[in-house]
Design a binder for this molecule. Sequence first.
Ligand code: CIZ
Ligand code: SF4
Length: 319
Amino acid sequence: DAGKAALKARIRDLLTAQKAVLVAHYYTDEDLQSLAEETGGKVADSLEMARFGTETDAETLVVCGVRFMGETAKILNPEKRVLMPDLAATCSLDEGCPADAFSAFCDAHPDHSVVVYANTSAEVKARADWVVTSSIALPVVEHLAAQGRKILWAPDKHLGHYIERMTGAEMLLWNGACVVHEEFKSFALERVRRLHPNAAVLVHPESPDEVVDQADVVGSTSQLIRAVTELPNPEFIVATDAGIFWKMRQLAPHKILIPAPTAGEGATCESCAHCPWMAMNALQNLETVLKTGDQEIQIDPAIRERALIPIRRMLDFAR
Ligand code: CIZ
Ligand code: SF4
């Protein structure tokens, strides 16, 4: 509509005036994803978001996603201004892993390599040997296990258990979970699969074991998007945040995409599996932050320097 088009046009002008570039996660609103692409920014998973931030020569990075993504951008690019539409956009994994309790857990197990998921605060990353995202967690843990290392993993217990099952590594798991992926229901998924026998089942490994066990493809957001374009199936049942459907439809418009059921009797609705913190990013507060600059990521320099080490290790490993 006209109001939205005018708002988007104002944001474009502000981006240009501020020498700013927009990077949006696959789980954000499709208005933000399309605007990022139309203005020379990027739509990505958290690993690609981190990489993109280091490659652009924009002076300001506007990160549409959740807070740890903005923090990672700032850790990697201290000379750049990093803004987010709303700094209060957190993540249940980050919230469930406070730095002091985590640090005590590490102290109690000094013989373990500390591997943390990217969905953590800068303080928690500063305590880690490795940072990983879901697209690279398996090969990193395989690499460590091959050297005979025992692993302390935080915070997602479902992803940690999946990696443990796949690699056979000896892993101590922090007890955290994603509020979105934990809600996918295995019995209801079995029913949906029976209704769609030609569908491939795509599952993000933050989901419970019984859901992961029904998957044809288990993978990160980018890996699930690739599966929709590469597999021959006409239909896909997708167990991850509904924000991902925008990119899947863009790349594979003829495929039928079915949201995996969350709570209840085989209910399939696109709005139920959606991260409440990703949903805090919108065109309106994006415009506001470009005008005011008030939602800027700040990180203590000592924490930043320490957290940079395991993040760099991940990016170097991924190359
Ligand atoms: O659930 C998330 O926050 C994900 C999938 C982040 C990522 O790695 O892109
Ligand atoms: Fe965190 Fe889950 Fe939201 Fe991702 S979808 S930001 S893991 S709460």
